[in-house]
Design a protein around this ligand. Structure first.
Ligand SMILES: NC(=O)c1ccc[n+]([C@@H]2O[C@H](COP(=O)([O-])OP(=O)(O)OC[C@H]3O[C@@H](n4cnc5c(N)ncnc54)[C@H](OP(=O)(O)O)[C@@H]3O)[C@@H](O)[C@H]2O)c1
Length: 280
């Protein structure tokens, strides 16, 4: 039995779908949204040790994704303890590119701390460090893209965006294969592009003009606060925007191809597949 946490989210829902398509036994951990079709499901609150313990019963492998939360490190600690007690044999942790317990960026620091907990858990592990998701364009920028614009404090910086479907495919390879224990993989797309180029590709795919508007950090932070984002997340995202402008998120890895045998999707392909979501 494979337990997938965050099973209703961007990556987790794809992991469940792809594991089911291989005929594997999957338990989808659900929180506040309905369970994905076809999988056994379990109600899970990662903040509750009791809930985590119950979800872990009979589980052999764990795909451990935590939401963006200031409790993420504690959630990982909770999950690892129950996983150890339940006899889980392999944990695949969804981290982030640049994770480092010494990072000045709180988001990367928490991911770094979680990685250390995973490494010290006594359970065989594999760490996946994805770069920026292509799906962010649909999930967080879809509203303005429908109106014809991408607003980002990204300057002309390039990013090796990755499609969440390829992150899931890499996770499935690791969960179902052998020889990945004790390893860390940085997952990216196969090219780094700017937000301006992303806007061009979205224009082409949707058949309407999408423009990129480069904004200042202060303006971006205002928007994040207005959307209800807590201050720690605003600061973390502002740091990632700075890294984008400095081309620090532009490195390309071959890990998706190495793990899955397939080249990761291009942004052009993503834009075509999601075109409907970007049309008004
Ligand atoms: N977005 C990026 O570009 C990017 C890049 C690198 C790494 N990451 C990392 O990827 C992770 C997020 O992945 P994602 O975008 O696939 O997630 P997501 O779409 O935001 O979904 C989060 C999932 O976690 C569940 N959840 C929320 N609170 C929970 C709780 N207390 N207990 C149990 N489950 C809970 C949600 O369930 P409900 O919706 O039902 O509440 C949902 O299934 C984060 O760790 C983030 O740092 C993101």
């Amino acid at each position: 039995m494979i337990l997938v946490t965050g099973a209703t989210g961007t990556v987790g829902s794809e992991v469940v779908k792809q594991l089911l398509s291989k005929g594997l036994k999957v338990r989808a951990a659900v929180h506040s949204r309905p369970a994905p079709k076809g999988a056994e499901s379990v109600q899970l609150d990662l903040n509750s040790a009791e809930s985590v313990r119950a979800a872990m019963k009979g589980v052999e492998k764990l795909f451990l994704l935590t939401p963006m939360s200031d409790r993420a490190t504690e959630q990982v600690r909770n999950a690892l303890k129950s996983a150890k007690d339940a006899g889980v044999t392999h944990v695949v942790r969804l981290s982030a590119a640049g994770a480092d317990e010494k990072s000045p960026n709180i988001l990367l620091k928490w991911h770094g701390e979680s990685e250390e907990l995973v490494k010290k858990s006594g359970i065989a592990y594999t760490i996946l460090r994805p770069g920026v998701f292509m799906q962010n364009f649909a999930n967080f920028m879809g509203g303005t893209i429908k109106q014809g614009a991408i607003y980002a404090a990204a300057g002309e910086g390039r990013v090796a965006f990755i499609d969440a479907r390829d992150i899931a495919a890499a996770a499935v390879s690791v969960l179902t294969g052998k020889g990945y224990e004790g390893k860390t993989y940085v997952l990216t797309g196969k090219e780094a592009i700017s937000y301006g180029r992303a806007a061009e590709l979205l224009s082409k795919a949707t058949g309407k003009t999408v423009s990129y508007v480069s904004i200042l950090d202060e303006k971006a932070a205002e928007g994040m606060r207005a959307s209800g984002m807590p201050e720690w997340a605003v600061q973390g995202m502002t740091g990632l925007n700075r890294s984008t402008r400095e081309n620090k998120l532009a490195s390309v890895s071959t890990a998706v191809l190495d793990l899955t045998g397939k080249s990761p999707r291009t942004f052009e392909q993503f834009a075509k597949d999601y075109a409907g979501a970007f049309r008004a």
